[in-house]
Write a protein that binds this ligand. Structure first.
Ligand SMILES: C[S@@+](CC[C@H](N)C(=O)[O-])C[C@H]1O[C@@H](n2cnc3c(N)ncnc32)[C@H](O)[C@@H]1O
Length: 262
């Protein structure tokens, strides 16, 4: 039995982003909440605890493994919280409307059509409801991308550099997100960015960094056709982390309210 539904204290990535989300979110007992990209349940468990048994939290993730993991953690607790498999970009039209829509570390996965995905999502917001999403915004780890770009130029890696730039330019920015929320007619739009330092060592501790490896370093490997060349490039990069550390992510939280009259 787990009665501690606080955010995990020792999580250096999801928890700081979730703290930004909660900073914007106005949550009340009895609220009906849709939490997208729910993963391991940050912040779905916390929100379910806050809304209490008169409320409800539907937590949706595209990966069944994440949903099963969260259900295992949940056990028989918080029966008004449901983890379900679903794609937040294409939610079923017959889903009810919610008082709050939350998504921690979600907005970057709205691609390829982020505006349309946002538009679809806010259809599930009740009049007077609030949406709050967080994501690492444009500028995240720029010192790393600059070093990678320099190294690619020095080595004459034109195709790889082109792939890298396409990836970098595709990342969502805070100002773009703000503009979209306004274009969609949301009110009291607020967008906040705060730097978050991610400590890393060099060598294998950089290459196998639990956070950097999954979401970011893999994107550099993917710029290469030749994986031996990618490994050599990354090994060299891992030996000069002092040229691009400290590494900063930009922790972005966007919030908007559906008009009471909509
Ligand atoms: C970085 S994790 C964040 C998980 C959790 N909210 C947290 O803060 O720890 C992103 C999650 O988004 C999920 N995801 C990615 N694309 C998705 C989509 N189109 N629809 C729903 N979930 C998606 C992934 O499976 C993953 O669990």
């Amino acid at each position: 039995m787990n009665n501690n539904w606080q955010l995990p204290e020792n999580d250096p990535w999801s928890t700081p982003f979730a703290e930004s989300l909660l900073h914007h979110l106005e949550i009340r007992k009895g609220d009906q909440v849709l939490d997208i990209a729910s993963g391991g349940g940050i912040p779905a468990f916390y929100l379910a605890d806050q809304v209490g048994p008169e409320g409800m939290v539907l937590a949706v993730d595209i990966h069944q493994s994440q949903v099963l993991r969260s259900r295992t953690v949940q056990g028989v607790e918080l029966p008004w919280l449901r983890f379900e498999v679903g794609d937040m970009r294409f939610l079923p039209a017959d889903l009810p409307k919610f008082d709050r829509i939350t998504g921690n570390l979600s907005f970057m996965f709205f691609r390829p059509n982020r505006f349309e995905a946002l538009q679809n999502l806010i259809r599930f917001l009740k009049p007077g409801g609030q949406i709050v999403l967080t994501f690492p915004s444009l500028g995240t780890f720029d010192s790393l991308w600059d070093q990678v770009d320099k190294d690619m130029v020095a080595l004459g890696l034109k195709d790889e550099r082109k792939a890298l730039n396409e990836y970098i330019n595709e990342r969502p920015s805070a100002s773009q997100a703000e503009k979209w929320l306004q274009e969609l007619g949301l009110e009291k739009v607020a967008v906040i960015e705060q730097p978050l330092e991610i400590p890393t060592g060099s060598g294998m501790s950089f290459l196998e960094h639990p956070l950097l490896r999954g979401g970011f370093l893999d994107d550099i490997y993917e710029c290469f056709q030749d994986q031996d060349q990618a490994n050599e490039f990354m090994n060299n990069l891992s030996q000069k982390t002092s040229t691009f550390t400290p590494l900063f992510a930009l922790r972005c939280a966007i919030s908007g309210w559906m008009s009471e009259s909509s």
